[in-house]
Design a protein around this ligand. Structure first.
Ligand SMILES: NC(=O)c1ccc[n+]([C@@H]2O[C@H](COP(=O)([O-])OP(=O)(O)OC[C@H]3O[C@@H](n4cnc5c(N)ncnc54)[C@H](OP(=O)(O)O)[C@@H]3O)[C@@H](O)[C@H]2O)c1
Length: 287
C-alpha cells in the first residue's frame, strides 16, 4: 500500500512522512514529494523514496503517482493558484490509477466565509467529482502561526490584533500530521470529512498569557480596530496587500470561524491536542 505525500519538502508534509515511518509503514511504501527535494535527503536516507514534483508540470505528477495507492495531497502554498494546481494533482491521480486521495482542507470549507476557504471548497469538489475514494482533513489553524506574535511581543511587550474576543482552536502541525498518519495507515476513513481542531479554543488574552509564560516576561493583549491594525502593520513594513489579508483573517477569527468545537482531532490521534503554551514553546525553539 504505497502512500505519496506532497508538500513533503514543507513543514506539515515532512511531519506526515516522519509519522508514517515512525508508525510502522514500511519505508519502501512511503514516497515523499515536493519541489525542493534537496531539503529532504534525510528522508531518502531513512528509506523513503523521494520524488520531485511541480503542480505546474503535470507530467511530473503522473510519473510520481504511478504505482501509488494513496495520494496525501497537502494543500499548496501558492494562494490564488491552488485550484489549478490541486486539480492537476487530482487528474494525475485519476489517470495513474491512484485509489484514494486524502486532502488537507480548511474548517467548514464548503460553507465558511473564511477568506481562505474558496480554494479548499473548489478542491474538495474536484476530489468528489473524481470518483476516487477520499478523506478530507479540514485543519484548523496551526499554533505555529503565532510564533510571529510571540516575537512581536518579545520586542514590544504586547500582542496587537483586531480579533476582539474571537477564539482560535489551534493545534500543532505535529498534531495534524499525526491525524493524517492515522488516516493514511488505518482503514475506515473513506468518504469521511474530519473537522480537525485543538481541544481548547483560546482568545488573545489567553494567547498573551501563554506567550508571557514562554518568554518569561509579562506581555498584554492590545485589541485594535481593523483600521488601527492596518496602520500598525504598515508601520511595521508590511505591504498593503499582505496587511489587508492579515486584517481579513483577524475579522474571520472575530466572527468565530476558527473557534473549532469538535473532538475529531484528539479522537483520531488518541490523546489530547497539544496545549497552546506547549505548542508555542516548542515552535519558539524552547521546547
Ligand atoms: N492551517 C494553517 O494554519 C495553515 C497555515 C499555513 C498554511 N496552511 C496550508 O497547509 C499547507 C501545509 O502547511 P506547511 O506549513 O507545511 O506549508 P509549507 O511549509 O509552506 O509547505 C508548502 C509545501 O507546498 C509545496 N508546494 C508549493 N507549491 C508547489 C508547487 N507548485 N508544486 C509542488 N509543490 C509545491 C512546497 O514545496 P517546495 O517547498 O519544495 O517548493 C512545500 O513542500 C500549506 O501549503 C497551506 O496550504 C495551513
Amino acid at each position: 500500500m504505497t502512500v505519496i505525500v506532497t508538500g513533503a519538502t514543507g513543514h506539515l508534509g515532512r511531519l506526515i512522512v516522519e509519522d508514517l515511518l515512525a508508525g510502522g509503514l514500511p519505508a519502501d511504501q512511503v514516497v515523499a514529494a515536493g519541489r525542493r527535494v534537496e531539503r529532504i535527503a534525510d528522508l531518502a536516507d531513512r528509506g523513503a523514496r523521494v520524488v520531485a514534483i511541480d503542480y505546474g508540470q503535470p507530467e511530473t505528477l503522473v510519473e510520481a503517482f504511478a504505482g501509488v495507492d494513496t495520494l496525501m495531497l497537502v494543500s499548496g502554498s501558492e494562494v490564488g493558484q491552488r485550484i489549478g494546481q490541486h486539480g492537476a494533482a487530482i487528474e494525475a491521480a485519476r489517470s495513474a490509477g491512484v485509489r484514494r486521495i486524502v486532502y488537507t482542507s480548511a474548517p467548514q470549507a464548503d460553507t465558511s466565509p473564511l477568506v481562505l476557504a474558496p480554494e479548499h471548497k473548489a478542491t474538495e469538489e474536484l476530489i468528489r467529482a473524481s470518483g476516487l475514494a477520499f478523506t478530507i482533513l479540514r485543519n484548523n489553524w496551526y499554533t505555529e502561526n503565532y510564533v510571529g506574535a510571540l516575537e512581536q511581543a518579545r520586542a514590544t511587550g504586547e500582542v496587537v490584533a483586531s480579533v476582539a474576543g474571537g477564539r482560535v482552536a489551534s493545534a500543532t502541525r505535529a498534531d495534524y500530521a499525526a491525524a493524517a498518519s492515522v488516516v493514511l495507515r488505518t482503514d475506515g476513513h473513506d468518504g469521511s470529512t474530519y473537522e480537525l481542531a485543538g481541544d481548547t479554543a483560546w482568545d488573545h488574552s489567553e494567547l498573551a498569557e501563554a506567550i508571557s509564560e514562554v518568554i518569561g516576561r509579562s506581555v498584554g493583549y492590545r485589541p485594535v480596530t481593523p483600521e488601527e491594525h492596518l496602520a500598525v502593520l504598515a508601520a511595521a513594513g508590511l505591504d498593503e496587500q499582505t496587511a489587508q489579508f492579515v486584517v481579513a483573517l483577524d475579522a474571520n477569527i472575530r466572527d468565530g470561524l476558527l473557534a473549532g468545537g469538535t473532538t475529531d482531532l484528539s479522537g483520531l490521534i488518541g490523546r489530547p491536542t497539544t496545549s497552546l503554551v506547549d505548542g508555542l514553546r516548542a515552535a519558539a525553539g524552547q521546547g
